[in-house]
Write a protein of this length. Structure first.
Lengths: 196, 925
């Protein structure tokens, strides 16, 4: 009924279910489709710069989930698994996008590429995605779970509860991991102001 | 920075972060005395923590009801149909609403123009609008905003023009005017009147929510957008698409709408129920943690709403029980009552009952009409007893008892007494609800645990060498959980499906034929049967469900495979045919590689069984067909490991059939192709015991064909290599039965080749070693026919080798072998095992002949000839019977006449030694 094929896909749903039943190949089958859908959505929304209006902001991965998966056939466990991989894919998509843009803009020195796609009511400060990606990789080397929490929350837009579900840890732990990771990343990117 | 230091930084960070400036400074100063670098690091992080603010707090990219790009906004003065835009007055998921004026009239008529955003399917929207327009325009009710016109803008965007209402959403209006509960109810009754009127005109609103119910300054409620949802949504659209959900406003949509089923008048009853709930409590009936549509959908479909009286004044974290802006937090003040407690008492009882009756998940259990709903509200206002069934508790209690029968029996809920048939006190109802919540939580825990044990823990370790004892333990635990769950699964299809899958998994691990397993055939059969039983029930209830069909076929196929190992060939063949018949219709137009694998697995089993029951031609056809299907798959699919495995199995089984058909060279070629695929997989996945095992099994058959072609030395080399590989594997994991039986297997073959090459002494020691291992296996699993035959085979080999090597020792060994053979009962249709048994008898005949030819004492000769004749007779009886049943392969027809000839020769030899063949009666069974 819209100009995009928004009907949940039987194939994607089946793959998600099979993957949930530990059919590892099903994941390989599903990933390209999820990637493609996320990419399509991302490109679509990235092109709507200065739109300036959101009601009920929804994370893109949730949107992809609703589009691809037949809700009646899956449960919370499948959902968490889906959101978990979709967040990783989203990170790859957005970082690649930022790198492409940086490459296009490159004249002298590295262009800082920021996200200012859909303004939030609170006014989200711009983030240098490429710098964030570098810092996130360093963080992962020391503490993979913290990096994953950031991936799920920032790139995936998952709620604390959803992250807890994906990582099978408590919400309180997620909050602690987040607080520390956020400070660490901020310090890594912005540096200290009160250095002597 | 590494491990321990990282953790210290983190720990200190978490201690210091919530502290005030001075406390932090003191803490860090103390730390600096010990480790200044660490203190400095934490100080930097704390500073970053304080400054980070909104840094990465908002998702990198988020979407929502994004209104179309700027250029689609209508500037003031722009004409839309007969109207001129004045200004924008609102935005929603579907588009933007403008205040407009009729431009070509002498008088000014204000209208609301709703411009549908780009992306909605314009042509269809308009077509549906034209179909509905007459009916919508005919709605003439004081509380319904009139639809005036509709069409497309110059840009081709659909729009609707409606009577312009200046007012507030009903809930905000009620709060702003501090309407009391009875005033709210009376206002709501007017809304009900409007909806009821529309229902009489066969129009369902489908999108009732407070923002669609505006109350004018005079206190008149007006319903907006009647019928618009239907126009915007395809009637045949049976799925809850993302777009559909956004249009629906999931917080107010009924479960049936959320699930993509048709909206009916009962759906409007439900949405009205949500509105009334919010009007009375200021909160949504569901406590979702986030606004993610998926979570709301889940809540709408699965969560029981909190009673309105309990929802009021509930101390809640800010995220939960979301409320729209414009509503007053102090509910008592908003409803003009002196305390929250009073409000709670005002709602308790009738109003709880009425609201919850409208909010039931099943449309048939709600008020059957808006009229009934409002009649109950009116009765409540007049102090009359309400009609809503006061049995909400009994319904719940009934559900509760059904769900918890197992738990109650287990004493988990000891102390909760349910009194059927009486109206429970509020206290009991509360207790029962708490117990139900507890039970459901526990139920879900068990479900989660069973899944985790089976799917996560087991799979994590299954391919690791040395994991067998832990796996045994996991299986025991998992079965315990599953049997508990099975008690409660009745009527819950999704749980039943889950259970069936879980039992199947347990069976695979216990003793499935396809994977490395624990060797417990009996246990595996029982678990497979439980799974089949559950799925057959589900299939009987809904044979159109492809998933059930597929699951059922898969497990039927597995059971058939294992049944074959126990020698029940007829049963196995029946199951294989059933599995094939179930899958065949699905596989025709399959786009799913997993399904085509299932189909091939069923086809493969059928082929194997055809071969076993003597139809080698049919089997070869079956496997060639499978190979064709597999080769026709896409490039990507053919790269999948499971597809490659499947292909190798089909080639292997085709070769098996070729051996039976006498095409040894063709068979050798296919075995070698199969081996190449398997070796590739094993190299790619070095930790996978299954792939390694498959290479070994192909090697065996290659060697077997080589031996049949008389190339004994080549065959010996392969058997030796396999023996070394299996020994290494079994050393790592002494309980791995596949590796252990592989050792015995290869020992026997190595012994055979050595015997053929004239090294009888070496051969004997190999066979003895194998026999010891096989006896042990058989003792532990004595129903397994295959294991029985393995012991038999080893005994008979020893008998034969000793016959040549040491006749004195041979006799007892031969006697043991013959005894075991004679005590083996086989299904008459089991051509494979019977043919094998006949071959064993014939070998034994030769062994006794050889003993008679080199007697220790002259007196033994007649006895040995007699025994040889007995063996040949048994062999020939089997062959003749198989021939009569038409179960003999073409390649084996020569063996039938050979067996008959052998009997004649043995009779002659017996006569020559002085015996009387006619008197031998023990030869008949």
């Amino acid at each position: 009924m819209t100009d995009d094929p928004a009907a949940p896909s039987g194939a994607a749903t089946q793959w998600l279910l099979d993957w949930g039943a530990n059919d590892k190949q099903a994941l390989d089958q599903m990933l390209p489709m999820v990637y493609e859908e996320l990419h399509r959505l991302a490109v679509h929304y990235l092109s709507l710069e200065n739109t300036g209006h959101t009601l009920q902001p929804t994370a893109l991965v949730h949107e992809a989930y609703l589009r691809l998966i037949d809700q009646r056939r899956v449960d919370w466990r499948n959902r968490a698994q889906f959101l978990g991989v979709a967040a990783s894919l989203m990170r790859r998509i957005l970082v690649n996008h930022a790198r492409d843009r940086a490459a296009q803009k490159r004249g002298g020195g590295r262009a800082q590429v920021t996200l200012s796609l859909v303004a939030s009511p609170s006014g989200r400060p711009d983030v240098d995605l490429i710098a964030l990606e570098g810092a996130l990789e360093r963080l992962a080397n020391m503490d993979a779970r913290k990096s994953r929490v950031v991936e799920l929350k920032f790139f995936g837009g998952l709620t604390i509860e959803e992250i807890a579900e994906v990582l099978q840890i408590s919400g309180a732990t997620v909050e602690r991991e987040w607080a520390f990771a956020k400070a660490w990343l901020y310090e890594a990117i912005e540096g200290s102001e009160d250095e002597p | 920075m590494t491990g321990p230091r990282w953790h210290r930084v983190e720990a200190l960070f978490h201690v210091a972060a919530p502290l005030g400036r001075d406390e932090r400074r003191a803490l860090l100063a103390r730390q600096a005395a010990d480790d200044p670098a660490l203190a400095a690091e934490v100080q930097r992080l704390l500073s970053a923590h304080d400054r980070a603010g909104e840094f990465i707090e908002m998702p990198a990219i988020s979407v929502g009801a994004v209104i179309g790009p700027t250029d689609e906004r209508m500037p003031a003065g722009r004409r839309v149909g007969a109207f001129r835009i004045v200004r924008e007055i609102g935005r929603g998921g579907m588009g933007t609403v403008y205040l407009a004026e009729r431009a070509d009239e002498a008088f000014t008529q204000q209208v609301a123009v709703k411009l549908i955003k780009r992306g909605m399917d314009t042509d269809q929207v308009l077509a549906r609008f034209r179909a509905e327009r007459q009916i919508l325009a005919s709605l003439d009710h004081p509380h319904i905003a009139r639809l005036l016109d509709g069409g497309t803008t110059d840009d081709g965007l659909p729009y609707f023009a409606m009577e312009y209402i200046e007012g507030q959403p009903i809930d905000a209006y009620a709060d702003a005017h501090r309407l009391s509960i009875p005033e709210r109810l009376r206002l709501f009754l007017q809304v009900c009147g409007a909806v009821s009127y529309a229902h009489q005109h066969l129009i369902v609103h489908r999108d009732i929510k407070p923002v669609n119910i505006l109350v004018t300054a005079e206190g008149t409620p007006k319903l907006l957008d009647f019928g618009i949802a239907k126009v915007l949504q395809a009637e045949e659209d049976g799925t809850a698409t993302a777009t559909g959900l956004r249009m629906l406003t999931p917080e107010y949509a009924s479960p049936e709408q959320v699930e993509g089923r048709h909206a009916t008048t009962a759906s409007d009853v439900y949405s009205l129920g949500v509105v009334l709930y919010e009007l009375l409590t200021g909160r949504s009936p569901y406590r979702t943690r986030s606004r993610s549509p998926a979570e709301i959908v889940e809540a709408v479909c699965t969560t029981e709403p909190v009673r309105p009286s309990a929802a009021v004044g509930e101390g809640e974290p800010p995220l939960a029980g979301r409320r729209r802006t414009g509503l007053t937090d102090d509910r008592a003040a908003a409803t003009n009552l002196s305390s929250t407690d009073r409000l709670r008492r005002r709602l308790r009882g009738d109003l709880d009952t009425i609201v919850l009756a409208a909010l039931r998940k099943e449309p048939s259990r709600r008020y059957q009409s808006v009229e009934q709903f409002s009649a109950d509200i009116r009765r409540h206002l007049e102090g009359l007893p309400v009609r809503a069934r006061p049995d909400t508790f009994r319904y719940r209690a009934g559900k509760f008892v059904r769900r918890n029968r197992g738990m109650v029996a287990a004493g988990v809920l000891a102390g909760v007494t349910l009194v059927g048939g009486t109206i429970a006190t509020a206290w009991q109802a509360r207790e029962a609800r708490a117990a139900q919540a507890r039970a459901e939580r526990r139920f879900n825990d068990v479900r989660k645990l069973a899944n985790a044990v089976l799917f996560d823990y087991h799979d994590a370790i299954k391919d690791l060498p040395g994991s067998t004892p832990v796996r045994e333990r996991l299986v025991r635990d998992a079965l315990g959980y599953l049997d508990t769950l099975a008690h409660e699964a009745h009527g819950d299809a999704s749980l039943q499906r889950e259970l069936a899958r879980a039992y199947r998994r347990v069976a695979d691990v216990q003793g499935g034929s396809m994977t490395a397993n624990l060797g417990d055939t009996e246990g595996a059969l029982a678990s497979y049967r439980k799974s089949v039983r559950i799925l057959e029930d589900l299939f009987a209830a809904d044979s159109a469900d492809a998933r059930t069909r597929r699951d059922l076929a898969g497990v039927t196929s597995d059971l058939g495979t294992l049944l074959f190992d126990t020698g029940d060939v007829a049963g196995s063949l029946a199951l294989a045919r059933r599995a094939w018949a179930l899958l065949e219709p699905l596989g025709r137009d399959s786009l799913n590689a997993g399904l085509s694998l299932d189909l091939r697995k069923a086809g493969d089993l059928l082929g194997v069984l055809l071969l076993e029951t003597g139809d080698a031609e049919g089997a070869a056809r079956r496997h060639r067909d499978d190979l064709r299907r597999l080769e026709a798959a896409s490039e990507a699919d053919r790269r999948r490991p499971d597809m490659r495995r499947s292909m190798s199995v089909a080639m292997h089984h085709l070769a098996d059939a070729q051996v039976q058909l006498g095409d040894l060279n063709g068979a050798l070629e296919n075995y070698r192709k199969s081996r190449a695929l398997r070796a590739g997989l094993a190299a790619e996945f070095p930790d996978n015991a299954d792939y390694r095992g498959l290479v070994g099994s192909t090697d065996f058959w290659i060697a077997d064909v080589l031996a049949q072609l008389g190339r004994h030395a080549e065959a010996l080399a392969i058997y030796r290599e396999r023996l070394a590989a299996d020994s290494a594997e079994a050393r790592e994991d002494p309980k791995n039965v596949v590796a252990r039986s592989g050792i015995a297997f290869n020992l026997v073959r190595v012994g055979d080749m050595e015997f053929q090459l004239g090294r009888a002494a070496q051969a004997l020691s190999r066979h003895r070693q194998a026999l010891a291992m096989r006896r042990e296996e058989f003792r532990a699993d004595s129903n397994n026919l295959f294991k029985r035959f393995q012991v038999m085979e080893s005994e008979s080999k020893i008998c034969a080798v000793l016959g040549a090597l040491s006749p004195r020792e041979a006799e007892p060994a031969c006697g043991r072998a013959a005894e075991l053979m004679n005590a083996t009962a086989l299904d008459p249709s089991n051509a494979g095992y019977r043919g094998f048994l006949a071959g064993q008898y014939s070998d034994m005949g030769q062994a006794y002949d050889s003993l008679a030819a080199h007697p220790v004492r002259k007196a033994d000769v007649e006895r040995f000839r007699q025994a040889a004749l007995d063996m040949y007779r048994r062999s020939s009886q089997i062959w003749v019977d198989l021939r009569d049943r038409r179960l003999v392969n073409p390649s084996d027809t020569a063996r039938v006449s050979a067996a008959v000839q052998a009997v004649k020769r043995a009779e002659a030899a017996l006569v020559a030694s002085g015996g009387k063949p006619g008197g031998v009666g023990q030869g008949s069974d």
